[in-house]
Ligand binder design. Structure first.
Ligand SMILES: *Cc1c(COP(=O)(O)O)cnc(C)c1O
Length: 439
């Protein structure tokens, strides 16, 4: 570990973070273990974190921020939720991993199946990427077909077949199609604009080798972009009529937009769905599940192989159960009220300052777009005012609000965001807008 030679030399607001980032950059590519954490997109360097509680996160320079990143989605109950921490602390002394089944895995599977009508069986994995990647393999194995349909700006983890026109960190870093993916494989993925049912129909007419269609039911990785009326239902119908597996990627929306996730909120029936983020309560845990008939193709029952040394890890599963068991209908009513109050407050302040802004919001997911009209797809989402975004991001950080460092991300409101904290956030927005106006 680097030592600070003269602590009295470190008087700037981000000195210790900058120092730790410089050290990290020597050993870790870009200094981060996931590109979204870098502030490269906003020409800055990331703050390094010491801990967090509730809606407040603290950096190594002892600055405190109201956090709207929420570990990119999992922290729906805020950081260090006492019930989750207790559950984990109670179970840790029994051992960290066994590589053999525990009843806790069945308990979490039961939660997922109970809350989602179409989930009959689930398999637990370690990350959202693993869930989507495995769901696609399963769909290919089940149908005997090979093409994948995805939507422009949707992010489904970094599996090879899905890193084509991807959102989130991929597009922030300027590489929506990643290097290192064979053209032969990328050619098996067809990309359609989000919310464009007509274009999807055309693709379904053109190809007869489609194994699956995968979609974010509320896009959250091009900023928050909700599905238009009838879009998801239309996709479901197309899939059903063409023997295409309908995969709903709920890694972000699962337990986020409704206690039965987006599939319940929008009344759709996925053949397979993927979960992650919230179901691990902050631990590495994800899942995919769906119709028994399809899930039974998985090894050891069927011939589609997928495995994991740490899959269904007992500590992660414990954190997951302790999270979802706290999520009730009332939780989502509270989140809706808080997030609505935040949205209305921000809109009012932008109106007063005559700065163009639109906000997309679904429950506790929201994104500010620096443009007059809210986007409905990725091409539109890219029309934002970049200079304005960068200035807003940095000034909000200065004023104690930690936001995702990219316009293609979603803010997450948690149950720990009290009215007082929203008011403080609005105060920061007001200060930020005044500062930007006066240049
Ligand atoms: C975050 C995310 C993933 C990837 O999950 P990881 O755990 O980061 O691998 C996949 N799909 C969606 C919709 C996501 O938001």
């Amino acid at each position: 570990m680097q030592t600070i030679e003269n602590p009295q030399d470190y008087t700037g607001r981000y000195d210790f973070s900058d120092k730790q980032f410089a050290a990290a950059c020597k050993l870790i590519p870009g200094g981060v273990n996931s590109p979204v954490r870098s502030f490269k997109g906003v020409n800055g360097s990331p703050i390094f974190i010491t801990g967090a509680e509730g809606a407040v996160i603290q950096d190594v320079d002892d600055n405190q921020y109201i956090d709207y990143v929420g570990s990119w989605g999992p922290m729906i109950l805020g950081h260090a939720n006492p019930h989750i921490i207790d559950a984990v602390q109670n179970i840790v002394p029994l051992g960290l991993s066994f590589g053999a089944p525990t009843d806790r895995e069945t308990c979490l599977a039961d939660f997922i199946c109970d809350r989602h009508k179409n989930m009959e069986m689930v398999r637990l994995v370690n990350s959202g990427t693993e869930a989507t990647m495995s769901a696609i393999r399963l769909a290919r194995g089940y149908t005997g077909k090979k093409r994948v349909i995805k939507f422009d700006g949707c992010y489904h983890g970094h599996g090879d077949s899905l890193l084509v026109a991807a959102g989130s960190g991929a597009v922030t870093q300027g590489i929506p199609g990643s290097g290192g993916i064979p053209e032969e494989l990328a050619n098996l993925t067809t990309v359609v604009p989000y919310n464009d049912l007509k274009a999807t129909e055309v693709v379904f007419e053109k190809f007869d080798d489609i194994a699956c269609l995968i979609v974010e039911p509320v896009a959250g990785n091009m900023g928050c972009v909700p599905p238009q009326e009838g879009f998801l239902q239309g996709l479901q119908k197309l899939c059903n009529e063409n023997d295409v597996v309908f995969i709903v990627d709920e890694v972000m929306t699962g337990f986020r937009v409704h206690k039965g996730s987006a599939q319940t909120l929008y009344n759709i029936k996925p053949d397979l769905a993927c979960f992650g983020k919230i179901i691990g309560g902050g631990m590495p845990l994800a899942a995919y599940g769906g119709k028994k008939e399809i899930m039974k193709k998985l090894s050891p029952l069927g011939d589609v192989y997928q495995a994991g040394t740490l899959a269904g890890n007992p500590i992660a599963v414990t954190a997951g159960i302790a999270t979802v068991e706290q999520l009730t209908t009332k939780t989502y009513e509270e989140l809706e009220n808080t997030a609505c109050y935040l949205e209305q407050g921000i809109k009012r302040l932008f109106e007063i300052s005559a700065t163009p802004l639109s906000i997309n919001r679904v429950g506790s997911m929201l994104t500010l777009f620096f443009m007059p009209k809210a986007p409905t797809n990725f091409a539109e989402a890219q029309q934002y005012d970049k200079k304005m975004f960068d200035a807003f991001f940095h000034e909000m950080l200065e004023n104690g609000v930690y936001l995702p460092p990219s316009p293609y991300e979603t803010w997450f409101v948690s149950t720990s965001h009290t009215k007082e904290m929203i008011d403080l956030t609005l105060k920061a927005v007001e200060t930020t807008l005044n500062k930007i106006k006066t240049g």
